[in-house]
Design a protein around this ligand. Structure first.
Ligand SMILES: [Zn+2]
Length: 172
């Protein structure tokens, strides 16, 4: 699986450093490969995430919600005092003027973090197509990894920090 070339080019244009655009594109490609391996086992929806909508968001960078078309805008940012101090990336909800911004933080580009990057992409896209529920986003991302590879990145600390044990979602 490869990103559609126009979408990949759009990402390249947004990032000052080509190596960072490459890292994001590689993470998106990896997330797509995992998703496509898992998709036949997801049905029309899983954990409240519509499979076709999620696929559009991941592969095309846009998806439909009712009559509205929503585009994703990947943006590189460094705000250590804000969310980037805690996260590798975050999604700005709700959509504004048909656009959702996905902010990619410096932590995303740490070396030897390929699994973290693909997990982060899978996680943020759940936010983009659903809501801000951290437990749903992490449960869905972990399910994709598990269905595709038989294992998932350990996220116990995150799970506890967000009190997900008491949520309606579960890790695989
Ligand atoms: Zn999240």
């Amino acid at each position: 699986m490869r990103l559609p070339i126009l979408f990949a080019a759009a990402i390249l244009a947004l990032f000052a450093a080509p190596a960072r655009a490459d890292a994001l594109t590689a993470a998106l490609n990896r997330a797509m490969t995992l998703f496509e391996a898992a998709a036949p086992l997801l049905g029309n929806s899983a954990l409240g995430v519509e499979t076709s909508r999620y696929r559009d968001a991941l592969m095309m960078g846009k998806f439909a919600r009712g009559a509205e078309e929503i585009s994703l805008y990947y943006e590189e940012k460094s705000d250590p005092a804000g969310h980037c101090g805690r996260f590798a990336a975050y999604t700005m909800l709700p959509a504004r003027a048909g656009m959702i911004r996905l902010v990619i933080c410096p932590r995303f580009f740490r070396p030897d973090a390929d699994d973290l990057r693909s997990l982060t992409v899978l996680h943020e896209l759940v936010h983009a197509v659903t809501d801000a529920d951290e437990c749903r986003a992490m449960a869905y991302a972990a399910r994709i990894q598990k269905l595709a590879t038989g294992r998932f990145t350990p996220v116990e600390a995150y799970w506890q920090a967000n009190n997900c044990a008491g949520s309606r979602f579960a890790l695989p």
